[in-house]
Design a protein around this ligand. Structure first.
Ligand code: D5M
Ligand code: FE
Ligand code: ZN
Length: 535
């Protein structure tokens, strides 16, 4: 079946405020006069319908003798649907087939993730995405929406750092014979000691060694990393407020310890990821930025049209890791680049674009720094008003970060503001905009999505530290830096999805060359990645 017909049907339905199941669209496209059939379906829809389902189409078709199903006449497929149909989002999209390229990795991530072409097994025109709810499973953990208790008081900060130290420290305490900071000061000089703590300060000494101050619940203690020790290299990876353990030898006066080893909470090398029991895929995207003049609506429409094709039949989940809209007042002079100036209008337009996504794909979204929720992390999921605006698709709207488990495969979703900091602080080869997944490896190693407090990343103190990576995820999904990059760290797939926004003036001024219009697709049965390009 020609893609144009389905694309027109989807866009026509979207323009009338409906989202549609893939099968419903397939059925409509298969009749002799899809335009007339669409009119009939819409006429018969119950009033509060948001999603046009297969049953609706079947009912309408069985009511109308004149709409008997048949094969599409050459050239006749789109006759009934207004050829100039545009969605109310104001798109002027052509319905040309998406230019897809499989296996492309625009940044040559160099990661170890294997790539395989999208399987199109059984991709006859009529065969669709499975809608059997029994096969699907989607669970959310660590969602703090509606559970915010912090008041921003000093005591809250103390509590959240104590919780961080407690929980990440627990991952280290079995590995070293640790002592509290105050007890170490009282030990005899020359003894072997170990401590678990938060990095309070990192300084280089006049002679080129490193002084790392660790803090625990009792106080602080200084640890000296000699420049010629093998661990010296690790010092440049340290971020303030991350939790680690150090082991070494006390100086003669017990005033300092010389580091012999460092231990990070880390992901065990032996981590074995879970996989789905069937061939099913998830599209991992982020940073749509609807409302920006640079939002790439044509690429987005090609993506959502593609989701209606047999090639995409195994894509049953869509994860969006923040920055749905461009927002207002996020950066200085941002208003000069806005296409839609009102934040609520932006979500309305975003919702229109979301309607292009087949109604039987499960969507999960978290907010980002451009979204209309508090900037400080963890960010709760959108409020009722915004949910209402986006209700056409029954998307799961959860906090940033959240842990989402798809058919046994756990995906840690985090927008990624801390990546800017990791990239700024670490040497190029350990984290860069061209290899964002390597910055993600650092977060996995530190088992915290935003270790450093007080810089770019704003922290809202809650009674527990929601930013701790308690359980090792099978997939870690971030966005924010607008670069596509992925790879595996101790068998965890780290995926930084690109964006749907072309280069902004700011990005031009700082030489950020975004990867726009790519949809990385993950096979949940193998964790293999295929990149689809729509720009
Ligand atoms: O962020 C997209 C990327 O661009 C991310 O790496 C931050 C960076 N960025 C974009 N605009 C600015 C300004 N004005 N100052 C600092 N950094 C910026 P996004 O969250 O999509 O804007
Ligand atoms: Fe963004
Ligand atoms: Zn962002």
């Amino acid at each position: 079946m020609p893609l144009e017909v389905t694309a027109r049907i989807v866009s026509e339905l979207a323009s009338r405020g409906y989202n549609a199941e893939r099968e419903a669209v397939t059925k409509l496209a298969a009749v002799a006069d899809p335009g007339a059939a669409l009119e009939r379906v819409v006429e018969d829809l119950p009033e509060d319908t948001l999603v046009v389902r297969t049953e609706h189409v079947e009912a309408a078709l069985s009511n109308g003798d004149d709409l008997a199903t048949g094969s599409v006449q050459p050239g006749g497929g789109q006759a009934g649907v207004d050829a100039d149909a545009t969605s109310s989002a104001g798109t002027t999209d052509d319905a040309s087939p998406p230019s897809t390229s499989t296996g492309a990795d625009p940044v040559e991530a160099g990661g170890s993730a294997a790539r395989s072409p999208v399987e199109t097994k059984g991709s006859t025109a009529g065969s669709g995405r499975s809608t059997d709810p029994d096969l699907r499973s989607l669970e959310i953990a660590n969602d703090m929406t509606g559970a915010s208790t912090g008041t921003g008081e000093y005591e809250d900060f103390v509590a959240v750092f104590r919780d961080r130290l407690e929980r990440l420290g627990a991952k280290l305490r079995g590995r070293v014979n640790h002592r509290p900071a105050t007890a170490i000061q009282d030990m005899p000089g020359g003894e072997e000691v170990a401590m678990v703590g938060l990095v309070n300060d990192v300084r280089s000494t006049a002679s080129g060694h490193w002084l790392v101050e660790l803090e625990d619940a009792t106080g602080t203690f200084p640890w000296l990393v000699m420049k010629d020790r093998e661990y010296a290299d690790l010092v440049e990876e340290l971020l303030c407020d991350e939790v680690l353990a150090m082991e070494g030898t006390l100086s003669g006066d017990s005033g300092i310890a010389f580091v012999d080893s460092m231990f990070f909470p880390d992901v065990p090398r032996t981590h074995e990821p879970s996989t789905a029991d069937r061939h099913v895929q998830a599209a991992l995207i982020s940073d749509v930025h609807v409302g920006s003049q640079e939002f790439m609506h044509d690429a987005w429409n090609r993506f959502t049209d593609w989701l209606h094709t047999p090639e995409a039949q195994h894509v049953e989940y869509l994860l969006i890791a923040g920055d749905m809209v461009e927002g207002v007042g996020v950066y200085p002079n941002q208003d000069e680049e806005l296409d839609v100036v009102d934040i609520y209008d932006q979500y309305e337009v975003f919702s229109e674009y979301l309607k292009g996504v087949p109604g039987n794909i499960e969507i999960v979204m978290i907010p980002g720094n451009h979204d209309a929720v508090r900037l400080a992390e963890p960010q709760p999921g959108f409020d009722e008003e915004l949910r209402e605006l986006m209700s056409a698709h029954d998307a799961r709207i959860v906090s940033n970060p959240s842990m989402v488990t798809l058919e046994g495969v756990s995906v840690l979703m985090y927008h990624g503001v801390s990546l800017d900091e990791v990239i700024a602080e670490l040497p190029e080869e350990k984290a860069s905009y061209d290899e964002p997944h390597k910055a993600m490896y650092q977060l996995l190693k530190k088992r915290h999505v935003a270790p450093q407090f007080g810089g770019h990343t704003r922290l809202a103190p809650e009674e527990k530290d929601y930013l701790v990576i308690d359980e090792v995820p099978d997939i870690f999904h971030t966005g924010h830096v607008h670069k596509l990059g992925f790879g595996k760290y101790h068998n965890v797939l780290a995926m930084n999805s690109g964006c749907w926004q072309a280069q902004t003036d700011f990005q031009k001024s700082v030489n950020i060359d975004p990867d726009s219009g790519y949809a990385p697709i993950v096979d949940l049965d193998t964790l293999d990645v295929t990149v689809q390009k729509f720009s």
